[in-house]
Design a protein. Structure first.
Length: 131
């Protein structure tokens, strides 16, 4: 094999930067949703058209994020890499932590401890620690 036939490996695909439209949409939609949530929680009467506008704004934002995620996937990024491009690491870690907490609550309510199968025996030790 000649040295001219040896090719260098291709660099990984470069993810496109988020466009200004998506940044502006985030800058509008996120604070608007927070204000709307505070108003609804505090009992302030909100007109139906404002609620509808907030829902539409959220749908447009989610659609834009999904579109960018699909573009990243078409460039060859894995779903984790594409998600890492869109969501800051701290936010992703927080959401994963909350999901694990919710799964733990569901297992607790269903009385299914983590890692215990049907045939496994569970030996409670709480009575030994009671006063």
């Amino acid at each position: 094999m000649r040295t001219s036939e040896i090719r260098a490996p291709l660099p990984p695909p470069v993810a496109p930067a988020r466009g200004p439209a998506l940044r502006k949409l985030r800058a509008i939609a996120v604070p608007a949703q927070l204000v709307l949530a505070v108003c609804l929680i505090s009992g302030v009467p909100v007109p139906d058209t404002v609620l509808l506008g907030g829902k539409l704004l959220l749908l447009v934002l989610l659609g834009a994020e999904a579109y960018v995620w699909l573009r990243l996937r078409r460039l060859g990024l894995s779903w984790r890499q594409a998600l890492a491009q869109l969501v800051p690491e701290r936010v992703a870690r927080y959401v994963a932590h909350e999901a694990r907490i919710m799964a733990s609550l569901v297992r607790w309510a269903a009385r299914r401890p983590h890692g215990v199968g049907e045939a496994d025996a569970v030996f409670p030790h709480a009575r030994d620690q009671a006063a």
